[in-house]
Ligand binder design. Structure first.
Ligand SMILES: [Zn+2]
Length: 217
């Protein structure tokens, strides 16, 4: 399978232990293949033309440009610093961010899918600024995706960069390619999960995580 938009995070270590003893930050930058807005606008105009949609009227004249900018925005996550802190208190219970908004675009139809993510981890030596769990989700959602891969990428990334004792990610989303076209399964949602480490292997941790995310039933 080809990966035309395999934008791997580039990690920039910031500061050092001498200047930033409390927190450690990794700069996470998305590197898309390069967005050519003018070319995208021209192509969008041709695309509409091929569908028999005239852009001659005043209200549609700017539509190809708006389409290009809208998709460019959907494929451009904001850079962020993954700030971690030493787990000085030895906190060893689940840390869980629930109902993180997810918006992405299915790579098969280029139609949006939207939903929520629950992301949790069992801390190891370091803990994470809580808002960063949402930023990791956004980072991987802002590209053509399939929900299964998005779920696994968020979990794998946290496992690699935070090195917790366990990671759990549950995503529930409604895919407009399912609800607006094809089977038109309005109201249906798709649930995916990835569990790593103790959240996978330890029955108590696993069931606690799944119960708190509502994914257990
Ligand atoms: Zn689709």
């Amino acid at each position: 399978m080809t990966k035309p938009h395999d934008a791997t995070a580039r990690i920039h270590p910031q500061g050092d232990e001498g200047t930033a003893p409390a927190g450690r930050a990794l700069r996470v930058v998305h590197e898309p293949g390069g967005i050519d807005l003018a070319a995208a606008e021209a192509a969008a105009g041709q695309f509409l033309d091929a569908l028999g949609i005239s852009t001659a009227s005043e209200s549609l004249r700017g539509t190809p440009g708006r389409m290009a900018r809208a998709y460019a925005e959907l494929f451009s996550p904001r850079p962020f610093d993954l700030t971690t802190f030493p787990n000085d208190e030895g906190y060893d219970e689940l840390v869980l961010a629930r109902r993180i908004p997810v918006r992405s675009v299915c790579e098969h139809h280029l139609l949006p899918f939207v939903g929520t993510a629950h992301v949790g981890y069992l801390p190891g030596a370091r803990i994470l600024g809580l808002s960063k769990l949402a930023r990791v989700v956004e980072h991987f959602a802002c590209r053509p995706q399939v929900q299964e891969r998005l779920t696994k990428q968020v979990a794998d990334w946290l496992q690699t960069h935070l090195e917790p004792k366990g990671v759990g990610v549950v995503i529930e989303a409604e895919h407009s390619c399912m609800t607006l076209r094809g089977v038109q399964a309005t109201g249906s949602s798709t649930m995916t999960s990835t569990l790593l480490g103790l959240l996978r292997s330890d029955a108590r941790s696993r069931s606690e995580f799944l119960a708190l995310t509502g994914a257990a039933s």
